[in-house]
Write a protein that binds this ligand. Sequence first.
Ligand code: NAG
Ligand code: NAG
Ligand code: NAG
Ligand code: NAG
Length: 459
Amino acid sequence: MFCFSRIRSGLLAFIDIFVPFSRCFEQSKKTHLFFDTKRGVLSYQRFLQIFLMMEAETSWVSHCFDNIENDSVEFDPFLELKDESSKEIAAAVSVDLILPDDLLERILTCLPVASIFRAGCVCKRWHEIVSSKRFLRNFSCLPSQKPWYFMFTSSDEPVGYAYDPILRKWHGIDLPCIERSNWFIASSCGLVCFMDSDSRSRLYVCNPIAKCFKGLDEPPGPKFSDYSALAISVNRVSRSYNASIIKSKQVPGDFFQWDLSIHVYNSETMSWVTTLTEVLTGWRAGDESVICDGVLYFLIYSTGGGGSENRHGLIAYNLTSQLSHSLLMRSFIPVPCSLTCGRLMNLKEKLLMVGGIGKQDRPDIIKGIRIWSLNGKEWQEIARMPHCFFQGFGEIDEVFASSGTDDLIYIQSYGGPTLLVFDVNLREWKWSQKCPVSKRFPLHLFTGFCFEPRLEIAP
Ligand SMILES: *[C@@H]1O[C@H](CO)[C@@H](O)[C@H](O)[C@H]1NC(C)=O
Ligand SMILES: *[C@@H]1O[C@H](CO)[C@@H](O)[C@H](O)[C@H]1NC(C)=O
Ligand SMILES: *[C@@H]1O[C@H](CO)[C@@H](O)[C@H](O)[C@H]1NC(C)=O
Ligand SMILES: *[C@@H]1O[C@H](CO)[C@@H](O)[C@H](O)[C@H]1NC(C)=O
């Protein structure tokens, strides 16, 4: 009998080491090899040995061998693999040869999504397995993958790395569609919605892992709004989705009156509907919104003069009943305490808010971070960030980035690439592995968003 966990770790080690090799052979004859330094360096001899043990009928194998011949002169003398890893690889390779397809498929189903993606590069047989409809369907039936956090490492370009909390690794991935890191971003169940920050008329829904995307029609409503909030909600069963935009525009010549409109896109009808327009007095919406269980929640901000003690409030707007003449302020929910900023997120269809707590005498200076969940109209505090973690950010401004899904919450200061992860189930705070990019100049800003890595969902 196989020991399942040994096979699994063997396969992981195998994929980790093998795939960088195959990539570089495919791309260029002259590239230097990239190694997984954690696992040690694979010797050329050993690599060939493994290679020869693989099925030789795949087309790219012979292509790779062409390249090896000439590149080999450039290879440095490699260190031998650590004993443990080479044993694992040997196990993995021999296992691959004797495993029937259905068993291999079962084992592959248990790998984290990043490894599935890379496993497809190992050989034709594996590629066929992991890209088959049956595999993807089975894979999607598993409990949801832990969400990743994509961190932008440039303020201008939409480039960065995605943090994978299972492998505790940063993956370099290219995002489709998005042109700048300051675009509006929302995500749900593997789909990510982008909206450009200038015209706010270009919208895309994409799967950043599978790299498929779709453009949406221009949303209705005022062309130039002062504030916009974007949200998306995917139905896990039907795979249909709704995207929503809340637009706020100041009534000309009036500081206290704001035109607010809600626009909803339905993927089944492929069209936008303006579900509500209303004038708010003393409050405006901003850019913070999320959909949980068919209800669109968004933060509103006091514009002064209303006599409200808090600068923030929450509105719950039921997308299913879509009452076009409901008075929004009837569904006003006060925030639990004075906040420097609030971030809303959907964790298993429940609304959670991460908020910055201001100092008593200086409410705009942040002194801590707390997390609440909303039960009906009541907030329930679920965690306070321990002071050592709060200090671990170095400097944190009164506004910060935070997003989450499933049962993970990510928190990040705009001033640096430090990323903190809170597991709501385990009630555990943990720093991520160090991001591959560090702060290079004083105004180097970082931001990011959370999404589920899913292979099978497409817009
Ligand atoms: C190998 O590389 C050398 C130069 O590095 C080149 O002159 C030679 O043609 C190459 N041979 C093959 C088979 O590509
Ligand atoms: C995948 O689903 C099919 C039925 O659709 C089932 O027969 C098969 O055993 C499943 N495979 C795995 C690896 O779960
Ligand atoms: C989208 O909204 C409609 C109501 O407008 C609702 O019936 C449907 O279930 C929603 N779909 C999702 C995926 O939330
Ligand atoms: C939203 O409205 C629908 C229809 O009126 C209702 O069935 C549902 O319970 C409401 N959802 C919430 C969370 O109040």
